[in-house]
Design a protein around this ligand. Structure first.
Ligand SMILES: [Zn+2]
Length: 303
């Protein structure tokens, strides 16, 4: 494979048609050009995305949920959107990028957008500039009167998503079908409503917590993608005028640069805390709250 990238197909039905292989090769060459140290990244293109992504996720250096098993990984998000690719930071400064082979059917623009977005995650990782788990790489005390770890982990991931996506747009790799819109926010809000309705029926607060936090995670990703489009002018401000949720996060995210600038750790953590507070407000607006009681107990409520 090109430019020192270790790229392999892992397919249950072996044999990649020549035309397909050539298209993957083209996009992988562009991918490789984005990676500071191509020797330290592996790309796996697979028709068993969930299985392979799950296998690697449990090996990640920083996991928010250490008890998650490989089998528990799901590509589908709370609103039904499905992940097409995943970058995992492994021990020994290595990254693996798992790509679902059905991405090919979406065309070369979508492949480019998706793979070069993942390439930016690898860049952040190789630069030591990832916001994900940055609180573990610096001395940090959670301002627990405002936020819990849930918000912080989600905020950190949103920062990375924004910066990777911002770079994709700035470099002209945008596939318009990969941008998010207020309709995506509506889709996530519907999942919050469904969680509340389910809670009314079964009073299962554990399920409400898991589903509510999953929806918040998805909302934060949609908003981060949307904010990257707004910050770069790829989408218009008018197109987002009807989504007040964007107004809660845009001013925090749009200050962040793409992946070619290394952001000081203190700035990453400060931004993550600010964003985490905004995420709590978004969760409250959806009729939930998650916070610490005075005795330190984690509390989740459906309002
Ligand atoms: Zn991403």
């Amino acid at each position: 494979m090109p430019n020192g990238i270790d790229a392999t197909f892992r397919l249950t039905r072996p044999g990649v048609p020549a035309g397909q292989a050539a298209t993957w090769q083209t996009v992988l060459t562009e991918f490789a050009a984005e990676i500071p140290d191509p020797e330290r990244v592996e790309v796996i293109i697979t028709d068993e995305f969930e299985k392979v992504a799950g296998e690697y996720r449990v090996q990640a250096v920083d996991q928010s949920n250490e008890s998650e098993t490989a089998e528990q990984y799901r590509a589908s998000r709370s609103d039904g959107a499905r992940a097409a690719a995943l970058t995992v930071r492994l021990p020994h400064d290595k990254d693996v990028v798992v790509v679902g082979s059905p991405l090919y059917a979406h065309g070369v623009r979508s492949m480019r957008h998706t793979l070069l977005h993942e390439a930016q995650h690898v860049r952040l990782n190789q630069h030591g500039d990832t916001a994900h788990a940055v609180h573990r790489r610096t001395s940090f005390t959670l301002p627990s009167d405002d936020i819990t770890w849930e918000y912080l982990w989600i905020a950190e991931s949103s920062i990375d998503e924004f910066r990777c996506e911002r770079t994709v747009h700035e470099r002209g790799w945008t596939d318009p079908s990969n941008t998010n819109s207020p309709q995506d926010v509506d889709g996530v809000e519907a999942t919050f409503h469904a969680t509340r309705a389910q809670y009314r029926r079964n009073q299962n607060v554990r399920a409400a917590y898991e589903n509510g936090i999953a929806s918040l995670e998805r909302l934060a990703t949609v908003l981060a993608y949307g904010a990257a489009g707004l910050a770069t002018g790829v989408v218009t401000a008018e197109s987002w005028a009807e989504a007040p949720a964007m107004g809660r996060v845009l001013d925090v995210l749009e200050e962040l640069p793409g992946t070619s600038v290394v952001v000081p750790r203190e700035t990453l953590i400060d931004t993550a805390v600010q964003l985490a507070k905004r995420l709590r407000r978004l969760l409250q607006e959806q009729g939930f709250d998650c916070y610490f009681l005075d005795d330190g107990t984690l509390w989740f409520e459906v309002r």
